[in-house]
Design a protein around this ligand. Structure first.
Ligand SMILES: [Zn+2]
Length: 58
């Protein structure tokens, strides 16, 4: 495949601002009804703004 640079006709897909192009968001999981303690545990969740594509929809 020839890696030829085409003129800037194609606009690069915009990064989803929510997940920054990753496609998933990390949420801080708070486990602590007993002990009020913040954990460093994070849960990866599919970004609902871009549905995991990482591209801004608009
Ligand atoms: Zn996203």
């Amino acid at each position: 495949m020839a890696a030829r640079k085409s003129p800037a006709r194609k606009v690069a897909p915009k990064e989803c601002p929510d997940c920054k192009g990753v496609g998933e968001t990390t949420e801080t999981v708070q486990v602590g009804t007993r002990k009020r303690r913040d954990t460093e545990h994070r849960q990866a969740a599919l970004c609902l703004s871009c549905f995991g594509t990482g591209h801004a929809t608009t």
